[in-house]
Ligand binder design. Structure first.
Ligand SMILES: CC(C)(COP(=O)(O)OP(=O)(O)OC[C@H]1O[C@@H](n2cnc3c(N)ncnc32)[C@H](O)[C@@H]1OP(=O)(O)O)[C@@H](O)C(=O)NCCC(=O)NCCS
Length: 158
């Protein structure tokens, strides 16, 4: 059965940074931020496919701004590319200090794969891509998938 194109859900997740989320410098531990990004991306993927999903890959993440205890972070997840069974998801992370403005702290790209009850990949609906921004992001996602494929081939030969 051919699946109909779908628009991406936009998932917003808000977190308050607590002392247990911090490193020895009082700033958010990098691994904790990866957890938040993974969670936001997983919800985005699940809302899109309506099936079980697993994280297949985490792409490069640059930590542009330190996030401190008591800061609020807002994560926004959306699908930017779909393959046959995989989804590329961008999660933008914004930081708010006190009552101040939201500033971009980082963006993370992840790849999720839709799976059945046995963990086997299953088809995902194709993403509806209409606006110039959606087309630009689609191209970014396509490049990323290609990069991951080439990297896997290189690693196999080592
Ligand atoms: C992700 C997983 C389901 C892929 O299974 P597989 O048998 O390798 O599947 P295939 O080779 O048929 O690839 C299926 C899709 O996944 C993509 N894929 C597989 N490994 C990938 C990786 N490391 N990074 C990005 N995409 C990947 C393929 O490109 C393909 O995409 P497409 O169908 O859109 O073209 C499997 O490797 C797995 O279960 N990994 C562990 C997941 C996990 O435990 N995550 C952490 C907890 S959620």
């Amino acid at each position: 059965m051919k699946l109909a194109p779908q628009a991406t859900p936009v998932v917003k997740m808000v977190e308050l940074i607590m002392p247990q989320d911090a490193n020895n410098f009082g700033t958010l531990f990098g691994g904790k931020l990866l957890e938040f990004i993974d969670k936001c991306a997983a919800i985005t993927a699940f809302r899109y496919t309506g099936t079980q999903v697993v994280t297949a890959s985490f792409e490069r993440i640059d930590f542009l701004e330190a996030i401190h205890i008591a800061d609020i972070i807002e994560l926004t997840g959306r699908i930017i590319f779909t393959g046959k069974t995989s989804l590329v998801i961008i999660v933008d992370v914004y930081r708010q200090k006190g009552n101040g403005p939201l500033t971009k702290a980082t963006s993370g790209y992840t790849v999720f794969v839709a799976v059945d009850a046995k963990g086997n990949p299953i088809p995902v609906p194709p993403l509806a891509v209409n606006t110039p921004e959606e087309k630009k992001l689609w191209e970014r996602g396509r490049e990323l998938k290609e990069h991951i494929k080439q990297r896997a081939e290189k690693d196999k030969s080592i």
